[in-house]
Write a protein that binds this ligand. Sequence first.
Ligand SMILES: Nc1ncnc2c1ncn2[C@@H]1O[C@H](COP(=O)(O)OP(=O)(O)O)[C@@H](O)[C@H]1O
Ligand SMILES: [Mg+2]
Length: 232
Amino acid sequence: MLKLTDVHVHFGKLHILQGVSLEVATGESVALLGRNGVGKTTTLRAIMGLAVRGRGRVEFDGEDLAECPPHEVPRKGIGYVPQGRGIFPNLTVHENLCIGLPGKSDGEREEYVFGRFPRLKERLKQAGGTLSGGEQQMLAIARCLMMRPRLIILDEPTEGIAPILVSEIRREIHLINQSGISVLLVEQNVQTALKLCQRVFIMEKGAVVHSAPSHELKTHPEIVHRYLGLSL
Ligand SMILES: Nc1ncnc2c1ncn2[C@@H]1O[C@H](COP(=O)(O)OP(=O)(O)O)[C@@H](O)[C@H]1O
Ligand SMILES: [Mg+2]
């Protein structure tokens, strides 16, 4: 479904992505792991067309996204929940939800999204910026779902969020995947990544250095230790 082949990104003289290759199959949930600063966020931004790509190829459902401008990428079916959430603090919850939609609101879809996130339904007229961190994260996810994505990309969705909402958000990610939407998740918590995702890609210094099914890493914790310096 999503395929990156040897993707490069430069910021000025800095060669930040040095040939990232990874793949997400239809219906699959995939985690992208790596220490701070290895280029996980830049990889996601490169997929969304938000970081200027050099050499390499990003394909979605067989289509090369090279010529696709950033605002068109979500319309192809890729939802993106950026690190730090990226909601509009001065718009209401409802306005935030509808921001990416072409034309009039989609009542059927709203009911579906409110069913998933009743907390948002109770706060429709509230400014996005007045929600708690966890609620803002839910809003960012809900906004993606409004666009009926086939793949959803999440960048550290539980970073800095109160523990009671963390498990709720993780459960939602699981249910989103269960409903048939593919997931690409950047996650600091390796246990969570292994629980939520079927496959894992590990990055070091601007490239993917290891990929494995999650069950393999669970039985070979030394691999996790080698690349991430963590004990499972
Ligand atoms: N806009 C930018 N300009 C210059 N350097 C950047 C920019 N964005 C990210 N970087 C650098 O690229 C590297 C990778 O960053 P990032 O993709 O955010 O890593 P991660 O998400 O894995 O922590 C870091 O060294 C970071 O400082
Ligand atoms: Mg990051």
